[in-house]
Design a protein around this ligand. Structure first.
Ligand code: SAM
Length: 280
């Protein structure tokens, strides 16, 4: 293990703070500082950037982000044992690590930002990873307060985020992500890199906000995508009936063939559908 700083090895930190991983908190720690440094590098140059980190745990990624020059890391953690461990990192980087003891699902990072670029970089707790992503993708106003999200997901979820039409993984999450961001998988991380090892491979995903996503009402877009993918094997003329209106004129004004299935409709098609539905 290479040291990114003069702080103790993570295994020692975990032992001293009794940080035995809790499944209920989605705790799968990364203890290899080479790997956390690679993740921090993948988040791009960090000089002058405020990083929001969700679930820092014992702080392996936090340390890498600070060592690589993040202006500040605002780390939101629900586990008090981890917060105590993080205090040692805060002391090593005076004024640059803010520990927020609380629930990321109710935390609004904007309360902590004072201008300048902000980025979310996190090895997310998988039990709330999709909910957190959706909250960031649906934030208003748009463009959002962050310039990039660099997030670890289970590979199956990562594939759903970046999927395009024609793929089995393409669904509601792909439409939302593809509408507002350019999303791609950066690299996979083997289960064995985590302690304890989860059952599945993970993937690091980058999402860069589009400055001008095609205009439509976000809730309407979600509604039409939900209807279409709710019955993904059916043709759109059938699946869209759950919207409570005749799908045929809707599909006609969106320029979509009534016989096509949701998984073959590109994001632009869903935006056209949402616009047509709004005009009804
Ligand atoms: N970043 C650390 C690492 O890479 O080793 C830990 C990642 S672990 C997958 C997820 C972390 O999220 C845990 O430290 C856990 O306590 C924390 N966590 C779980 N639920 C949370 C919540 N609702 N709000 C904030 N943190 C949470």
């Amino acid at each position: 293990m290479t040291s990114v700083d003069d702080l103790p090895p993570l295994r020692e930190v975990i032992r001293r703070h009794g940080l035995r991983a809790r499944k209920s908190l989605g705790q799968n720690f990364l203890l290899d500082l080479n790997l956390t440094a690679r993740i921090a590098r993948a988040a791009g140059p960090l000089d002058g950037v405020d990083v929001i980190e969700i679930g820092p745990g014992p702080g392996g990624l936090t340390r890498a982000l600070l060592a690589q020059g993040a202006r500040r890391v605002i780390a939101v953690e629900r586990d008090d044992r981890a917060c105590a461990a993080l205090e040692e990192i805060a002391a090593r980087y005076p004024g640059r690590l803010e520990i927020v003891a609380g629930d990321a699902l109710t935390f609004d990072p904007r309360s902590r930002l004072h201008g300048g670029p902000a980025r979310v970089v996190a090895n997310l707790p998988y039990n709330i990873a999709t909910a957190l992503l959706v909250s960031w993708l649906t934030v208003e106003p748009w463009p959002p307060w962050y310039d990039r999200l660099v997030l670890m997901f289970q590979r199956e979820v990562a594939e759903r985020i970046v999927a395009g039409p024609g793929s089995k993984a393409y669904g509601r999450l792909s439409v939302l992500a593809g509408w507002r961001c350019e999303a791609r998988i950066l690299f996979d991380v083997a289960a064995s890199a985590f302690v304890p090892a989860p059952k599945v491979t993970s993937s690091l995903v980058s999402l860069v906000p589009r400055q001008n996503p095609l205009a439509c009402e976000r809730r309407t877009l979600e509604r039409v995508a939900e209807a279409a993918f709710g019955q993904r094997r059916k043709m759109m003329r059938q699946s869209l009936k759950s919207l409570g209106t005749d799908p045929l004129p809707l599909l006609a004004s969106a320029g979509i063939a009534p016989t096509v299935r949701a998984e073959n409709v590109p994001v632009e098609g869903f935006v056209e559908l949402a616009r047509a539905f709004e005009l009804l």
